[in-house]
Structure formats: C-alpha cells, structure tokens
Ligand binder design. Sequence first.
Ligand code: GSF
Length: 209
Amino acid sequence: MSAPSMTLFHNPASPFVRKVMVLLHETGQLNRVALQHSQLSPVSPDAALNRDNPLGKIPALRLADGTVLHDSRVILDYLDQQHVGNPLIPREGHARWRRLTLASMADGIMDASVMIRYELALRPPEKHWNEWLDAQRDKIRRALTLLEKDAIAELTSHFDIAAISVACALGYLDLRHPDLEWRDANPQLAGWYFEVSQRPSMLATIPKV
Ligand code: GSF
C-alpha cells in the first residue's frame, strides 16, 4: 500500500471534518489521506493550520503538490472526483442543485450548532446573548422541520452528499446539544438516522471530544 499523499487537518469532534471522513470511507479513499490532529477554537488557534488555511478552520486538505483546499464543501467536491465509483455529488442537472441544497441545509444546522457551542463554552456566562442563542436554535429547528416534512424519501434513496451531511449534522446535535431533543419533533428523521448510523462509515467516525 502506498503512503498517503494528502494531509487532512482533523478533529474527531468536528461535524465538518466528519463529512470528509465519511466520504473517504464510502468511496474507498481512506488510505490516501494522513490525519493531522488540530485542536482549536476561534480564540485558541492552531498555528500550523493557520499557515495552510489563513481562516484557521478545519477541515483543510493539503494535496501532494502543497495546494490547500478548504472548506468542507470544496474538499468533498474534490475527493468525489478522485474515485471511480458512483459520484456522491451529482455532476449536473436538477439532482445536483437539490442534493447540494439539502447538504447546505445540513451545513447550516452545523454552523448554528457550532456557534451555540462557542457561545456557551467559550464566553463567560454573564456575557451569553440569550436572544441570539434562541435565534440559532430556531434556525436548527426550522431546518429539521423542513427535512422531516419534505426530504425523508430523498435522504433514504441514497447515501450521498445530502445524506452524509444531514447525518453528520444530527450526530453533532447528539454530541453537543442533546438538550434540543431533536428526535421528539422529527420522528421520521430519527428513524432514518438510526438506520444510517449503522453504516461502517458512520460507526468509524462517531464524534469524540
Ligand atoms: C466551517 C468549518 C468550521 O466552522 C466548512 O469547512 O464547511 N464552512 C466551514 N470548523 C470549525 C471546527 S468545527 O466545530 O467543525 C473551526 O474550524 N472553527 C475554528 C474557528 O476559528 O472558527
């Protein structure tokens, strides 16, 4: 087996990194990527990462020629063009925009969830902005409602960019925001998530703190 040619700035708690890892599993490319652990927050940056990604965010992927790709959407797009199996991001047509929009919905859930996490874990309690926190939670609830109402059949149909992204978003809610009890209002999504959580790619990437 040849040595990995790419390096992924990685943390096992990051839902954005998890999307990349799940795609690598699903497309048989795990052995092409070495993982570089990155412990960071917006107020405690990772200097090595900053040299490769000035935005200081993970995931970032360094290619063999030194080129660095970010963010997770760009990395997924790149990696999905590096294997010979069925694409996990449709290359054209209505399916492409629809699946990417569902994926974007999931990314928005992750963004709001990570923002809430930073506010609660990094800012002193007396400075917490409760209206803002509630507004972020509302974004998450509205997006979940839409997925529950409109997208279950599409998510069930195949485990691609849309399904990977939603699954990683839900996994992160379980990790950081179990208080939201997202399953209560979204039983179909909960059933779907239970099923996809058994996939080897999901089991191998269960978030850890
Ligand atoms: C978001 C990455 C992100 O926020 C993407 O890759 O899709 N739009 C980007 N990553 C977080 C870590 S996480 O909780 O997944 C990050 O790097 N935060 C550090 C910071 O300074 O915001």
